[in-house]
Design a binder for this molecule. Structure first.
Ligand SMILES: [Zn+2]
Length: 410
């Protein structure tokens, strides 16, 4: 489970949620993920994430595995993460759709010729029909991206040594979802490149907006998610990929309406999953600050007011993964009159609460730059109000994410 943490201050609370899951019989490996984009916006460095993870693990006496994920890296920034990370998410979405070398494409089509025709895959009821044109089209669209992943992988392997880190290949930040058949041939190409991928992040059908619920056809998602798992199981044997290869769901936090489908599929296939909860821990920090009242509430209100004045700037890096209706955002004057409870109710992701405002929540989700610029004022408050923040962080991860995704009923 990816527990990205903007400010690197909630490692212990996050780990507490994972410990609770363990006590309920669910084994989760915590992965502290943070992208170059987040580090640059906040002004942290990859070593800060490593420090947070190591400290949390030491403090809580966690004896299980844990990782630090260099999230969404590419060849231009991977070197910054080599020392502190042992999990690398190779983002090659920008290369999707770029034409590969003609000879490479021909070799790819030849190699996969045996899958042309009707294909039976365990776990998928219908026969899948694959034509030579399908293989060529998929190769034409994805081969260059996978080759780029191979270059990044080998760069890391040279620096760190093989088998000393986990590799994820991510294609989620692209425009179109990838179908299960595309996934099959992407995995074929990944195996050809010699990438021992343990997680793969496709773009799924529907919208995965930051910090809010899934928007899309839940039945269609459920069908594709199951098929993707079936394809992965097939590919593990067929292409000799790592046996624990699993799907990775990016922007996986708060997608409450698909968790039941995910849980059913995981149980049906006895499969694992990597769920990246993209930075919503920082919203729990804001909720904790607001409910603490006093200076804490003042900071939460200031973050919002400041963010509104920089709306375009803050939205820009997240334009494709937010849907904010500006008209539905409360004015800073209105928010200024709120008490801590009102602020928390508007922000906390409880869709049964009439005061919950998903536009307010999305706006704050991408406002962490405003908080980062407060520097000591914000960071000191995180420490001062730790007692009101930590229970929110733990409950968010455990109650709203781990329990529904992993089917923990009590
Ligand atoms: Zn992602």
């Amino acid at each position: 489970m990816g527990i990205g943490d903007r400010f690197c201050r909630q490692g212990k609370a996050q780990l507490d949620a994972i410990v609770k899951a363990k006590e309920s019989g669910i084994e989760i490996v915590p992965v502290w993920n943070k992208s170059h984009r987040e580090h640059s916006i906040i002004g942290t460095v990859p070593a800060d994430t490593r420090k947070e993870a190591d400290e949390a693990v030491r403090d809580r006496g966690w004896s299980g595995a844990y990782y630090v994920d260099a999230d969404h890296i590419n060849l231009s920034n991977v070197d910054l993460f080599i020392d502190s990370s042992d999990f690398f998410t190779l983002d090659v979405a920008d290369y999707i759709g770029q034409a590969p070398d003609a000879a490479d494409l021909k070799a790819f089509a030849e190699k996969n010729r045996k899958y042309v025709g009707s294909l039976e895959i365990a776990g998928i009821d219908e026969t899948i029909n694959v034509s030579r044109q399908d293989v060529e089209r998929i190769g034409g669209k994805f081969l260059l991206a996978v080759k780029e992943a191979g270059r990044i992988y080998r760069h890391i392997e040279t620096a760190k040594g093989a088998d000393s880190f986990i590799t994820e290949v991510s294609m989620d930040e692209s425009n179109e979802p990838q179908s299960p058949v595309e996934m099959l041939f992407i995995l074929s190409a990944i195996a050809d490149e010699g990438i021992p991928a343990q997680t793969i992040a496709p773009k799924f059908t529907g919208r995965f907006n930051k910090g809010v619920d899934y928007v899309g056809d839940v039945a269609q998602f459920a069908k594709e998610f199951s098929r993707d798992i079936a394809v992965i199981n097939f590919a593990i044997n067929e292409f000799s990929l790592p046996a624990n290869l699993k799907l990775s769901i990016h922007s996986g936090s708060d997608k409450f309406s698909i968790y039941a489908a995910i849980s059913r599929a995981l149980q049906r296939f006895d499969a694992g999953v990597h769920l990246k909860t993209a930075g919503t821990t920082w919203l729990e920090e804001l909720i904790g600050l607001a409910t603490a009242g006093g200076q804490g509430l003042g900071i939460a209100k200031d973050v919002y007011a400041c963010a509104l004045t920089r709306y375009d700037e803050l939205c820009k890096p997240y334009a494709t993964v937010i849907d904010i209706d500006k008209a539905r955002l409360p004015t800073p004057e209105a928010v200024d009159k709120w008490d801590g409870g009102a602020f928390a109710s508007a922000l906390r992701h409880d869709q049964s609460c009439a005061a919950y405002n998903l536009h307010f929540r999305q706006m704050l989700h991408l406002s962490y730059k405003s908080a980062a610029e407060m520097q000591g004022r914000f960071l000191d408050a995180l420490e001062k109000y730790e007692d009101t923040i930590a229970p929110n962080v733990i409950a968010n991860i455990y109650e709203r994410h781990i329990r529904p995704v992993f089917g923990i009923v009590r």
